[in-house]
Design a protein around this ligand. Structure first.
Ligand code: 5GP
Length: 186
């Protein structure tokens, strides 16, 4: 990853600043406040979707005041590129979520296919409730009608990296979010 003034290279593409650390912090605080109000007196099991949601989830759960347990699962991702592979594989969910308030934590919702498949899978495990929290959503490209209970911000259908989200396996450790800009003529 090489930095120039306000552009970075991640693998073979250029990215420009998009969402600052400060704005991310405000989004997680706002979402956590809503969750704390909605689940007062209840317990939560957060289901973190690997790998992209790990930074968001770790910041969010530190702001949640109701008792929280943590589970992880893996869903198919973009592989090495910027387009969806078309299939969604869900694996690695080992914890018992029957009777629990399950909150799925996702980094970004694109077509909505990952979430639809995940909700279908989780529903079969007889949780008490299922809610969905996503840091970002691209409503213009949602294929499936999906209700996201808590969303940080809706964005245009551009490819982003950072704060857990990768491009070709790189860029997850960036603490802000960057958007692809290598078509730019600046
Ligand atoms: P969906 O199933 O909603 O089409 O895709 C959701 C998944 O695609 C996300 O969990 C994430 O892994 C990946 N994804 C969607 N949009 C982006 C993006 O702009 N950047 C990155 N890095 N991943 C994305």
């Amino acid at each position: 990853m090489s930095h120039s003034t306000d552009r970075i290279r991640v693998h073979d593409r250029m990215f420009r600043p998009y969402i600052s650390q400060h704005e991310i912090d405000e989004m997680t605080s706002r979402i956590a406040a809503s969750i704390n109000a909605a689940f007062a007196g209840e317990e939560l099991t957060v289901l973190v979707i690997l790998k992209g949601a790990i930074l968001f989830a770790s910041d969010l759960i530190r702001k949640i005041s109701v008792p929280v347990s943590i589970e992880f699962t893996r869903a198919s991702s973009y592989g090495n590129g910027m387009t969806h592979s078309g299939t969604t594989r869900i694996d690695g969910l080992t914890g018992d979520i029957a009777g629990r308030n399950v909150m799925i934590i996702e980094d970004i919702v694109d077509s909505g296919t990952t979430l639809r498949e995940l909700v279908k899978h989780i529903s079969g495990l007889e949780p008490k409730s299922i809610t969905i929290t996503a840091l970002l959503s691209k409503p213009e490209v949602h294929k499936d009608s999906i209700t996201i209970d808590y969303v940080g911000r809706e964005i245009a259908p551009d490819f982003v990296v950072g704060y857990g989200m990768d491009y070709a396996g790189y860029g997850r450790q960036l603490d802000a979010i960057w958007v692809v800009c290598d078509d730019e003529t600046t």
